[in-house]
Design a protein around this ligand. Structure first.
Ligand SMILES: Nc1ncnc2c1ncn2[C@@H]1O[C@H](COP(=O)(O)OP(=O)(O)OP(=O)(O)O)[C@@H](O)[C@H]1O
Ligand SMILES: [Mg+2]
Length: 284
């Protein structure tokens, strides 16, 4: 799996309920140094929620998350701040501050967490923006750049402190195929030689298979499948095959009502109520 086997993240029996619905229903897995773990699964299955628990910004209903050996679920905001110095997070929305320029957004973690001089910070900001192909965009505001550019600024900011661990929520959504390849290449370079560990949420199967050393597919609150990219590619699980090949028909239902969602513990192929039937039924 990796050379030294050092465990960077341990998630154990993680449960998160919203009301009486368990979005995460007892999830356990580990991430080792140098791995790139790709988390995939249908929209709304809980991928972003899982990431929020991994970075300590959401508290679970029960279960444990350890980062670098430290339990984060019971930490105060102040204690988590210390752990946050060791990882970067790219949020699904980009989460840039609209009142700051691109350059100021990338500089934010450096200003907040280091005593580097303005000149040093400017140099680092330049270098990080160059890594994501945005040289010269320092002075624009987030609403003056495209969605894909915002994503890349978010990534530059997540990398500002040279983290040993990077969480990325859909880093390539909204990027064209070339920019996707650039961002994937960046992840591959950063994780090469176990320098960085990455946890990446992705729907983009080309990108996922390019960067992953291990993959987890989430569904109905649980881990549906996990393994190396080859194991996932060759999985006999029909849900996995439907997902990775992006087929409309298959065991994964499209329109889950609240009730169905709640009761949806284990999805099995249902030939008469397959995805296509539901879709047409609800949108004639
Ligand atoms: N704070 C919250 N309060 C109530 N429900 C929530 C909250 N956060 C997430 N959820 C619910 O949890 C479920 C999973 O949401 P999440 O954002 O984790 O999905 P996702 O897998 O990241 O989806 P996508 O691929 O569309 O980004 C959704 O049904 C969502 O409505
Ligand atoms: Mg999400």
């Amino acid at each position: 799996m990796n050379a030294n086997g050092e465990t960077i993240i341990e998630v154990e029996h993680l449960v998160r309920r919203f009301g009486d619905r368990a979005v995460l229903d007892g999830i356990s897995f580990n991430v080792h140094r140098g791995e790139t773990l790709v988390i995939m699964g249908g929209s709304g299955c809980g991928k972003s929620t899982l990431l929020r628990h991994m970075i300590g910004s959401m508290k679970p209903t029960s279960g444990s998350v350890k980062l670098f050996g430290e339990e984060v679920t019971g930490m105060t905001e102040r204690e988590i701040e210390r752990v946050r110095l060791r990882f970067g997070m790219l949020f699904q929305s980009g989460a840039l501050l609209a009142s700051l320029t691109v350059g100021e957004n990338v500089a934010l973690p450096l200003v907040q967490h280091t005593d580097k001089s303005p000149d040093e910070i400017e140099q680092i900001v330049k270098q990080k923006l160059e890594m994501v192909g945005l040289t010269g965009f320092e002075d624009l505001k987030p609403d003056e750049i495209s969605g894909g550019m915002k994503k890349r600024v978010g990534l530059a900011r997540a990398l500002a402190l040279d983290p040993e661990l990077l969480f990325s929520d859909e880093p390539t959504s909204g990027l064209d195929p070339i920019m996707t390849a650039v961002v994937d290449e960046l992840t591959l370079n950063l994780t090469k030689g176990s320098h960085m560990t990455a946890v990446v949420v992705s729907h983009d199967m080309t990108s996922a298979f390019r960067i992953a050393t291990r993959m987890i597919m989430l569904g109905h609150g649980s881990i549906v499948a996990q393994g190396t990219p080859d194991e996932i590619r060759n999985s006999s699980n029909p849900e996995v095959q439907q997902f990775i090949h992006g087929k409309a028909d298959g065991p994964i239902p499209l329109n889950l009502s609240q009730e169905e969602h709640k009761d949806h513990q284990h999805v099995r192929p249902r030939p008469f109520f397959g995805a296509r039937f539901r879709f047409h039924h609800k949108h004639p």
